[in-house]
Design a protein around this ligand. Structure first.
Ligand SMILES: Nc1nc2c(ncn2[C@@H]2O[C@H](COP(=O)(O)OP(=O)(O)OP(=O)(O)O)[C@@H](O)[C@H]2O)c(=O)[nH]1
Ligand SMILES: [Zn+2]
Length: 208
């Protein structure tokens, strides 16, 4: 697949039951050869396979939110929401090893400390000499192509995900917003996403 630089291949798939919305659902975990960044990204295939256009979520790893249910961000709630919606509709969650928007866990925690001194989430990255958002979705496009998905519906509020996927030859039929998962601890973070990086989330409107 030239437009993605290199072609990736499915390495292996394994069936795993996952708990979601209080019930257990069958899922398939798929691994890959030759992903462009050499990271161990994972595809989680869920729900019915009847639709030719799958619902896809690109989820960037967030150890604090995904595993420890940190309320500093919306990642844990978004992960749960995405798994539930994909289970219903049929599609794929790509679990991308892009902790801290690609700067890594330790750097993210350093950025949190700076945010404690008044910097927003993007300024804190810059103050550390790092990109505001270091994520590249080439590997995600490679994974979708290896799975045979050239056209998708994309679950996101982040316009950069659509742009990057389309640049790599994935047709995005529609973009579906995620819910707004606001807590007492993440409102400044969500507002920064909406105002600084044009995430299409309304921090005034209905919240979930
Ligand atoms: N550097 C940094 N990364 C963060 C911070 N809070 C969350 N993250 C990371 O941000 C990533 C999630 O990105 P978000 O900006 O929440 O959302 P998004 O993926 O851009 O957009 P959506 O698809 O709409 O969810 C995960 O990798 C988190 O670890 C922070 O304060 N600093
Ligand atoms: Zn998070």
């Amino acid at each position: 697949m030239e437009r993605n630089g290199t072609a990736a291949r499915v390495r292996a798939s394994v069936a795993v039951p996952v708990r979601c919305d209080g019930r257990v659902h069958p899922a398939t975990l798929t691994t890959f050869h030759d992903l462009v960044d050499g990271r161990e990204h994972l595809a989680v295939l869920l729900g019915p396979t009847t639709s030719s256009v799958p619902l896809v979520r690109l989820h960037s790893e967030c150890l604090t939110g995904d595993v420890f249910a940190s309320e500093r961000c919306d990642c844990g709630a978004q992960l749960e929401e995405a798994l539930a919606r994909i289970t219903e509709t049929g599609g794929v969650l790509l679990y991308l090893r892009q902790e801290g928007r690609g700067i890594g866990l330790y750097n993210k925690l350093d950025a949190y400390r700076l945010q404690g001194h008044g910097l927003d989430t993007y300024a804190a990255n810059r103050a550390l000499g790092l990109d505001e958002d270091a994520r590249d979705y080439t590997a995600a496009a490679q994974m979708l192509t290896a799975l045979g998905h050239h056209e998708i519906d994309l679950l996101t509020n982040n316009p950069d995900k659509r742009l990057q996927l389309e640049r790599h030859g994935i047709r995005v039929r529609s973009v579906l917003p995620t819910g707004v998962h606001m807590t007492a601890h993440n409102s400044a973070y969500l507002k920064a996403k909406a105002t600084i990086t044009a995430h299409t989330l309304s921090t005034e409107g209905p919240q979930t």
